[in-house]
Write a protein that binds this ligand. Structure first.
Ligand code: NAP
Length: 497
């Protein structure tokens, strides 16, 4: 039986209460065009209420020993595990990704819960020798206070867990603004936090648009960090505003990720990797492969095999287990993809497959796009430089390994890259020279594991990382502590003999 929501309209979760907001808009299932639920369009006043509650609650929470804070995350993990199928189905309904991928995304959240719960007994600082006699020195992590989390629609639950779980175990309180397109995961996760016994005011969910709710968070003086994942334009504006306030900001933004296929690659394996990373989530992943940099010796073989496998990809509602390609999030997304198909053609790339909006008799009201393959692209084309965020991949032929690395690095983004080769020397050269935050060898560009740092170089971010132990650096301040037990005043750098 398919999961259903008990309510027709979601409510904000503020200070442990479910708060109704009058204005709302519809959440649409992109595979069917049907309304699933109404989501509140909150005001900046709702943000102020949430921040006020969070600020009070955080003072107490910071005093709870971290291993006890972690107990809540363990319970959250178990509840998510119990509800994995329900969460996955609702995720597919609001976002469109096929159910297998939705289950993977929910699992990522479960993994993050247990991993970060473990951090409750680590949160390591350092003890280090002091330079003076009878003096003790150490560093420790401290919570920052109230943190603001702004998330996109393409990973409605995983990204929120990458951010909120480390924030909470570290002793912060959270204001979370999910994307208006995909609010259901936030609603479900807030309910899970409530059931898990998280004290009131530590997790607050405020639904609404970026321009109102997001903007109010960015400008609120009591929110000490903004952790944002989304597009480059929005991220840059947020960073500029946070810069003026000297507010910490962590940005995870777009990608233009490439798979390199060398002449000695296992081409069948490369085809599998490309299909999964280019067309999974209909290409709407920040790590999606949208360029294939192929050695000219294997170009025609790769094209042939890719085309043969692309024909087998079934498109349709993601709740049907047989489908491999789900919908595009909304009409605006499709229009953007269509504009890039035209750009690619005008630039002289050769369209080998797809390039059109897809519909069939049972999917008249959904929004789908056929898997698309361009070939004979070159690195300077816009289709090889800009994020398309759809199931569109462009083959760029190269003559050498060195050229492949240069083409990979010749974009403004630096999120993920991959190389297929059997040459161990090239493997090590590639992992050294590929200028991206994530590198895969003999696998596609997607598939991050939560205990490793996630993020990118150059225009993808601003040097922070989501997930992994590195996420704790975003949500903590370092404090250096010196304890002098000599009984006299000892001056550092001066009384040292
Ligand atoms: P987006 O339009 O930038 O939106 C992201 C979030 O920011 C949404 O919650 C949005 O709210 C909010 N927002 C919009 N304007 C805002 C403002 N002025 N102030 C504060 N918040 C604001 O991005 P998207 O289209 O949803 O997501 C796709 C992008 O995310 C792609 O570029 C993708 O590569 C990137 N992404 C990156 C990663 C990564 O880890 N590097 C992971 C996933 C996705 P509303 O939409 O509700 O208005």
């Amino acid at each position: 039986m398919t999961a259903t929501l008990q309510t027709k309209k979601l409510r904000n979760f503020i200070d442990g209460d479910w708060v109704e907001v009058e204005a709302s808009t519809a959440v649409i299932n992109p595979a069917t065009g049907e309304e699933i639920v109404q989501v509140p369009l909150s005001s900046s006043e709702n943000v102020h209420q949430a921040v006020y509650a969070a600020k009070q609650a955080q003072k107490e929470w910071a005093l709870v020993p971290a291993p006890q804070r972690a107990e809540v995350l363990y319970r959250v993990g178990y509840l998510m595990k119990e509800r994995k199928e329900r969460l996955s189905q609702l995720l597919t309904m609001e976002n469109g990704k096929v159910i297998e991928e939705a289950r993977g995304e929910v699992q990522e959240g479960i993994d993050m819960a247990f991993y970060m719960a473990g951090e409750g007994r680590r949160l390591f600082g350092q003890t280090t020798p002091a330079e003076l006699k009878d003096k003790f020195a150490m560093s420790q992590r401290c919570p920052v206070g109230v943190v603001g989390i702004i998330t996109p629609w393409n990973f409605p639950i995983a990204i929120a867990t990458w951010k909120s779980f480390p924030a909470i175990v570290a002793g912060n309180a959270v204001i979370w603004k999910p994307a208006t397109e995909t609010p259901i995961m936030a609603y479900e996760l807030a309910s899970i936090f409530e059931e898990a016994g998280l004290p009131k005011g530590i997790m607050n969910v405020v639904f609404g648009t970026g321009s109102t709710v997001g903007d109010a968070m960015v400008h609120h003086e009591d929110i000490r960090i903004i952790s944002f994942t989304g597009s480059n334009d929005t991220g840059r504006n947020i960073a500029a505003e946070c810069g003026k306030q000297l507010k910490k900001v962590s940005l995870e933004m777009g990608g233009k990720n490439a798979v390199i296929v060398m002449e000695d690659a296992d081409v069948d394996l490369a085809v599998e990797g490309i299909l999964w990373s280019a067309f999974g989530t209909s290409g709407q992943r920040c790590t999606a492969c949208s360029r294939v940099i192929v050695h000219e010796d294997v170009k025609s073989t790769l094209e042939e095999r890719l085309l043969a496998e692309m024909e087998k990809l079934t498109i349709g509602n993601g709740l049907d287990e047989r489908n491999k390609i789900g919908p595009i999030i909304n009409q605006k997304g499709v229009e953007k993809i269509k504009s890039y198909i035209q750009i690619g053609k005008d630039e002289g790339a050769k369209l080998l497959a797809g390039g059109y909006e897809w519909k069939d008799d049972s999917h008249q009201d959904g929004i789908f796009f056929a898997p698309t393959l361009f070939t004979d692209a070159n690195s300077s084309m816009r289709i090889a430089q800009e994020e398309i965020f759809g199931p569109v991949v462009s083959l760029i032929p190269v003559e050498s390994f060195e050229e492949a690395i240069k083409v990979n690095n010749g974009v403004t983004f630096g999120l993920s890259s991959s190389i297929f080769t059997k040459d161990v020397n090239r493997v090590f050269q590639a992992q050294r020279d590929l200028d991206t935050g994530i590198v895969y060898v003999n696998a596609g560009t997607t598939g991050a594991e939560i205990h490793l740092p996630f993020g990118g170089t150059k225009g993808t971010g601003n040097g922070h990382r989501d997930s992994g132990v590195q996420a704790l650096d975003v949500f903590t301040e370092w404090k250096a502590v010196y304890v002098d037990y000599s009984g006299k005043l000892q001056r550092a750098q001066i009384d040292v003999d």
